[in-house]
Design a protein around this ligand. Structure first.
Ligand code: GLA
Length: 729
């Protein structure tokens, strides 16, 4: 049993293979959080020491016990107004604008299987492989019910959390904040690993020590954003790649979010993750509920490497879905960087033809095929095929591509509208604008109000008309600006937070309905590259375009950071031209291929324009990808260097789970005269097995490769790359 209730101690303990998580109903009915970490047994609440702490409030029913204070007690779902002056998970205001909440335990149920959430992504599992705990708490004064959901997947060491907050009273209440998870740590020094960035430089790893006070990251942009990612790791200060304790928190939500790490007056640390509370003000009418999206928590007792392995497994096997979940994705060519908006049907076929001759399997037609979309100033919203530009119908174009032996894919950006479009002229009120006020533009476009069903219905219908009339195997779904001027015509005047939350649900319903209608469609997420790269999107799209920055050296950092919380199979990664369009850097074709390979591989250039020698390299890369994809997607991924610390080289590897083979990929980042030799040490091999390196035929023991390591080849010139394929004898 993964979930245990001890009636005597009033403890609820959740066990995974290597982890325990414990809470306890105390004498006042408060749900305390007593432990999260390596497997333990028994009631751990003895570790909580209560003392009289000045200026820390005591609940009335603690009577004269001045040592009992919510201000210092570790809790499962701390509330504002309870005497806890730290950042709290829940803050509620009643219809008179009086705030305060006091949640007490009512009961709990334990069920087999993993719960799901209405209209939101959630981790899933076979019924026999998961259990659910629902703890019900109630505030008697507000008549507010909170159900805390816990899902336990023993084998993948995962504990999920979500909360459903229901107004059971007769007046409205307003949620000022409603985090999905809050975890208190009684003692210890902690760091927060978070993944910050900007457009073209997403998910750069940064490690911040949590001192007294609050450290917070998040997004106010309506999407999870390029700037911060809703995946974070809290670690002990001494934790490194292969050693030490760390706790991962991954929010399955693609909108504005907040993560707060706070060290309090008693040196305790609290970590909260959930929907962004700023301007949230989510009003609940009587009987209305708010569902706080899911957080998938994973603990590792062996450093970041093990934590990443567990997340990779979780997301691949229990978040991603569909026919491409485990199968090899077609190697694609995308015309965006080859043509931008400057193409016609003939040019596309020429690009596709050359690519197909070199072994590429799918042609993706990016932005510019619809309406009056000849620049990024017009046409968004008009999802009808520009047959003049395409020199034929989409059916004809797709048939020509199919005749080359290739699949065909299309780009869409359903959530957007240009003011210069038929859609905007017909329905100006469908875009987020504040009546009488000029909206903030970005990329010259406005955001459609996807919190309204009629808007989602219209866009979905018009895109389906295109898909019904062509053989489309793949969709790249883009989202190219942050949201502003949040105001809706449909539902009176809900708060910005409520509209933005319902907007995200609208986006999810769009994708869900699209996938139900075309179950074999491969959906790739995108938001100006990786501006919406989160576990919520991965429930619908098994891969996401990782960044608009296709420079192989910049990608080393972006893909390195991404690997901490997301599987390699989720990373959209392409070979593009040089000088690179984003950075101007010139990198070998070989290096570009090796860096793009750990992901869902493809090309983003006109292959007619490369040299004969490079064309031969394309053929080889295509073959290599087919040969190695099972290792790349199903093997264990090891970071052998830290991209943010090591400026000389970037080395990573994939090892088959059964130890039978491995692929090491090496990029040299610096060139010097008479430089010292660099080394790397392999991981994940069988120590006693002998491995043969396929190119040189040299043989090594696994123990040797893992302990002595290998010297990095000295190659003249900057940004060289090579790979080593080891096969067990
Ligand atoms: C975004 C995407 C790009 C491309 C353009 C098209 O920036 O990330 O890959 O599709 O939009 O406008």
């Amino acid at each position: 049993m993964a979930i245990l209730w001890n009636e005597q101690d009033k403890t609820l303990t959740l066990h995974t293979k290597h982890t325990s998580y414990q809470m306890k109903v105390d004498k006042l009915g408060i749900l305390l959080h007593t432990y999260y970490g390596s497997s333990i047994q028994g009631d751990t609440s003895y570790a909580i020491v209560c003392q009289d702490r000045g200026f820390s409030g005591n609940p009335y029913d603690a009577e004269n016990d001045r040592t009992y204070s919510m201000d210092v007690l570790p809790q499962e779902y701390p509330c504002h107004g309870s005497g806890d002056y730290r950042t709290t998970a829940l803050s509620v205001t009643d219809h008179n604008n009086v705030s305060g909440c006091d949640l007490r335990y009512v009961g709990h149920t334990i069920q087999s299987g993993k719960y799901s959430l209405p209209n939101l992504p959630a981790v899933y599992a076979e019924e026999k492989n998961a259990q659910t705990l629902i703890v019900t708490l109630r505030d008697a004064w507000l008549n507010l019910q909170v159900e805390l959901y816990y899902g336990v997947l023993e084998d993948t060491d995962t504990i999920t959390r979500a909360a459903v907050i229901k107004n059971c009273g007769e007046q409205t209440v307003t949620l000022n904040s409603a985090y999905s998870s809050s975890v208190d740590f009684l003692n210890g020094k902690y760091d927060l690993l978070h993944f910050h960035g900007r457009h073209g430089a997403e998910r750069t790893k940064e490690r911040t020590h949590i001192d007294h006070g609050m450290f917070s990251i998040g997004s106010r942009r309506g999407t999870s954003s390029h700037q911060h990612n809703p995946f974070v790791i809290l670690s002990r200060s001494e934790t490194v790649e292969q050693f030490g304790e760390c706790w991962g928190f991954s929010l399955l939500y693609s909108g504005s979010f907040s993560c707060v790490a706070e060290q309090d007056q008693m040196n305790q640390t609290r970590l909260l993750l959930g929907v962004q509370p700023e301007r949230f003000n989510y009003t609940l009418c009587p009987q209305e509920s708010f569902v706080a999206p899911e957080v998938a928590m994973i603990y590792s007792e062996q450093g970041f490497e093990t934590l990443s392995h567990r997340y990779h497994e979780l997301i691949r096997s229990h978040v991603c879905r569909g026919s491409y979940q485990f199968s090899r994705r077609p190697i694609l060519i995308n015309n965006w960087e080859a043509t931008y908006f400057d193409f016609d049907g003939e040019k596309l076929i020429k690009i596709a033809k050359q690519a197909s001759e070199l072994g590429v399997e799918m042609m993706v037609l990016d932005d510019g095929w619809f309406g009056s979309r000849n620049s990024d100033n017009s046409g968004l919203g008009d999802w009808w095929v520009n047959e003049e530009k395409m020199q034929g119908s989409m059916k004809e174009v797709s048939e020509k591509i199919n005749a080359l032996g290739m699949k065909f894919g299309l780009w869409i950006e359903p959530e957007m509208v240009n003011e210069d479009s038929d859609l905007y002229r017909a329905h100006p009120d469908w875009a987020f604008t504040i009546p009488g006020k000029k909206p903030v533009r970005s990329r010259n476009q406005l955001v459609l109000d996807f919190s309204r069903k009629e808007v989602v219905d219209h866009i979905l219908d018009s895109i389906c008309k295109v898909l019904d009339n062509a053989n489309v195997a793949y969709i790249k779904m883009d989202m190219n600006r942050s949201i502003n001027d949040v105001c809706t015509a449909a539902q009176g005047m809900p708060s910005e937070g409520k509209i933005l939350y319902q907007y995200v649900l609208g986006v999810y319903s769009f994708m869900e309905r699209l996938l139900q209608r075309y179950p074999d469609l491969l959906l790739e997420g995108c938001s100006g590259g990786g501006g919406r790269f989160d576990a919520g999107m991965l429930y619908y799209c098994p891969q996401i375009w990782c960044s608009d920055n296709t420079d192989a050296i910049a990608r080393l950092h972006i893909q390195y950071g991404t690997s901490f919380g997301y599987p390699i199979s989720a990373v959209g990664s392409h070979v593009s031209t040089v000088p690179n369009h984003q950075t101007g850097r010139v990198v070998d074709f070989n290096t570009r291929g090796i860096v793009a390979m750990p992901g869902s591989f493809g090309y983003e250039l006109d292959l007619n324009l490369i040299s004969a020698e490079e064309k031969e390299q394309v053929k080889q890369q295509v073959e290599n990808y087919k040969k190695y994809w099972h290792l790349l997607h199903n093997g264990r991924y090891y970071r052998l260097t830290d991209c943010e610390q090591d400026s000389e080289k970037a080395v990573w590897m994939f090892a088959a789970k059964d130890g039978s083979e491995a692929l090491v990929q090496v990029v040299t980042c610096n060139t010097n005269c008479n430089s010292p030799i660099e080394y790397f040490r392999c991981r994940g091999l069988q120590p006693d097995a002998v491995y043969c390196e396929q190119e040189s035929g040299k043989e090594y023991y696994g123990s040797t490769l893992m302990n002595v390591g290998l010297p990095v080849r000295t190659i003249s010139g900057e940004y060289k790359a090579y790979q080593l394929h080891f096969v067990r004898k």
